[in-house]
Write a protein that binds this ligand. Structure first.
Ligand code: GAL
Length: 349
């Protein structure tokens, strides 16, 4: 029990980073780092009572710096894609980095929150670590000085609770997510194709050939995107469906059957092999269900693991991608002076 702090290595600037290890009474263990406010490891008991690390990750901050895929990363100020890499706020156009295909923006990169070293505050009593930083006006192109914090808490109910809180002094975009790849059999234990998934969603946002939403909201009924009954990830991932072909698997925003701000269970993942079950609850309106289609083949992970396509799956809670360009999507614009609050909980059964 308690919170242990250790070194997590240096980034090229020479800046030191730290790793925080949180352990609850059930022996569940969460490791997070101030490098990118990253979720690095999550040791969860399975049906045979062995404890296994169920998230993909790298060994230390240097490896995170040198690799891609946003493993366990805190993504902000705005996650996922922005077509044309711009946003218009109060009539003014703000240009964002064009880090995808030379024209779109993905995950507010290349110098996103996932590559920053955050300030931290440890709360031993509540098994939590709060990472915080002041994201200056026009950082990544977005207007407003944005005071943002990400608090990870490991509860005695085997939940990882992630709370984002922010305030900006100008209207801005606030759409934070966590990009953890889960493999409930263990991070080095094959693919997630036999995991069974349930998502409380009747519809998803269709994408074009650049993975930018077209604006169309498609019903899941009668398609491989229907996860309203628990289904194997691999059951229809190879189906001849234009949207699956475009993304090389699932990599879509699911429209959640809930109101914005309401904290509600929206997804479950069950791994028959280990018996582990994960429930996902969120206050967000959307979730990106991503089946690791673009994991760099053969990339070296932590503990000597080698990762492949589909080694892990992500459930990234969010506003819908490219929402700033679609009036029919809920708006991710945060008004100056108003609080941004968002909670996502990954609970293990
Ligand atoms: C996801 C995104 C994928 C891919 C991945 C990072 O959020 O939907 O298309 O870019 O991040 O590799």
């Amino acid at each position: 029990m308690g919170v242990k702090v250790s070194s997590f290595g240096k980034i090229p600037s020479g800046k030191e980073t730290s790793l925080f290890t949180l352990i609850n009474k059930n022996g569940m263990c969460l490791e997070v780092s101030d490098y990118g406010a990253t979720l690095v490891a999550l040791m969860v008991p399975g049906k045979d009572h062995t404890t296994t690390d169920v998230v993909l990750g790298y060994e230390d901050a240097t490896d995170y710096w040198n690799n891609d895929g946003y493993l366990g990363a805190t993504v902000g100020r705005s996650c996922n894609r922005n077509g044309g890499a711009n946003v218009t706020i109060q009539g003014k156009v703000y240009e964002l980095p064009k880090n995808e295909r030379g024209k779109n923006n993905l995950h507010s990169s290349p110098d996103g929150y996932d590559r920053m070293v955050w300030n931290y505050q440890v709360d031993e009593e509540h098994l939590s670590v709060r990472f915080y930083r002041m994201s200056p006006d026009l950082e990544q192109g977005y207007p407003g000085n944005f005071e943002i914090s990400v608090t990870y808490t490991l509860t005695e109910e085997n939940e990882v609770r992630i709370h984002y809180h922010g305030v900006s002094d100008k209207d801005t975009v606030a759409n934070m997510t966590n990009h953890t790849y889960f493999n409930l059999s263990g991070h080095q234990n094959g693919t997630i194709l036999n995991h069974e998934v349930w998502i409380d969603s009747d519809a998803f946002t269709a994408i074009d050939e650049e993975s930018i939403p077209t604006g169309e909201i498609c019903q899941v009924d009668g398609t491989p995107f229907d996860f309203r009954k628990q289904k194997r990830v691999g059951a229809e991932i190879g189906a001849d469906h234009a949207q699956l072909i475009l993304a090389g698997g699932y990599d879509h925003n699911f429209v959640l059957n809930k109101e914005k701000g309401e904290l509600k269970k929206i997804a479950e993942v069950f791994d028959p092999e280990s018996g582990r079950r994960m429930e996902v609850s969120t206050t967000c309106v959307g979730v990106q269900f991503y089946t690791g289609n673009f994991i760099t083949e053969g990339v070296q992970g932590k503990e000597g693991a080698i990762y492949h396509k589909r080694s892990g799956l992500c459930l990234e809670t969010q506003f819908f991608p490219d929402a700033v360009h679609h009036e029919n999507f809920p708006s991710p614009i945060l008004k100056a002076g108003e609080p941004y609050d968002s909670v996502t909980i990954y609970k293990f059964i």
